[in-house]
Design a binder for this molecule. Structure first.
Ligand SMILES: O=C(O)c1cccc(C(=O)CC[C@H]2O[C@@H](n3cnc4c(=O)[nH]cnc43)[C@H](O)[C@@H]2O)c1
Length: 220
């Protein structure tokens, strides 16, 4: 049994139009769910999400799109449901390694998600036959392009399943307005040595469409 969620005004934000279209195809009749493009990158996504949240009342915000998957954690087409949003490059370098905002006592790089919604959505997607991974989704301003950076990120965040470029920004906007946040990503490429020609964008968008159809069941 999936826990019933009271009727909610849902805002889904994506970084590009192709992701928005995939989400809309999956949702079909959108009902109380709105889908908007907020751009690529953490700052653009944060500012545009904040504008949307200031313009009308929403009960939940979901950042959806494609992402890079960490080796052995999330493969191409896997649906990753974030259990926390992590600003993985927000901090300082030091001779002893990277120091996060938390270690610098200047704030937090972690944004928690809504556990109840996350659990309900995971249950439906698994029932629908999707391969689902739950864990941290890292937000980075630079797409990882080497095995060394991928290893460093995995060591620093062993719970990381995927990396993308917007989640933490969307999360900051939602947190400021006291609105629950979630991040759902489908994997288009593996995190590691850059090979843009190997990105399976079409497959990831089909997986995103299927995941969105599952979402509709949770928020019906
Ligand atoms: O070219 C296309 O048709 C196309 C269709 C949909 C999406 C794209 C993008 O390039 C989306 C950029 C978006 O993807 C996230 N992303 C995907 N893989 C990674 C990664 O390995 N590391 C970080 N971010 C990744 C990211 O959130 C971008 O905003 C193109």
């Amino acid at each position: 049994m999936v826990e019933e969620i009271d009727k909610q005004k849902v805002l889904i934000v994506t970084s590009v139009e192709a992701e928005k279209e995939a989400v809309l195809r999956g949702l079909g009749d959108t009902g109380d769910i709105e889908v908007h493009v907020v751009g690529v990158g953490v700052v653009t996504a944060a500012v545009n999400t904040a504008f949307l949240l200031a313009s009308k009342k929403y009960d939940v915000v979901i950042n959806m799109g494609i992402a890079g998957g960490f080796n052995g954690k999330a493969n191409v087409e896997t649906v990753v449901i974030a259990d926390e949003l992590v600003a993985a490059d927000l901090g300082a370098e030091s001779k002893d390694g990277f120091l996060s905002l938390d270690e610098l006592k200047l704030g937090s790089v972690l944004i928690p998600v809504d556990d109840r919604l996350t659990t309900s959505i995971k249950k439906i997607l698994v029932e629908n036959g999707a391969e689902v991974a739950t864990g941290a989704v890292l937000t980075l301003s630079t797409v990882t392009g080497t095995a060394e950076t991928a290893d460093r990120l995995q060591k620093r965040y062993p719970n990381a399943m995927a990396e993308a470029m917007e989640g933490y920004g969307v999360g900051v906007a939602a947190k400021q307005m006291n609105i629950p946040i979630m991040e759902i990503r489908t994997i288009s490429n593996m995190v590691g040595p850059r090979d843009r020609s190997a990105w399976k964008i079409k497959e990831a968008l089909v997986a995103l469409e299927r995941a969105s159809a599952g979402l509709k069941e949770v928020f019906k």
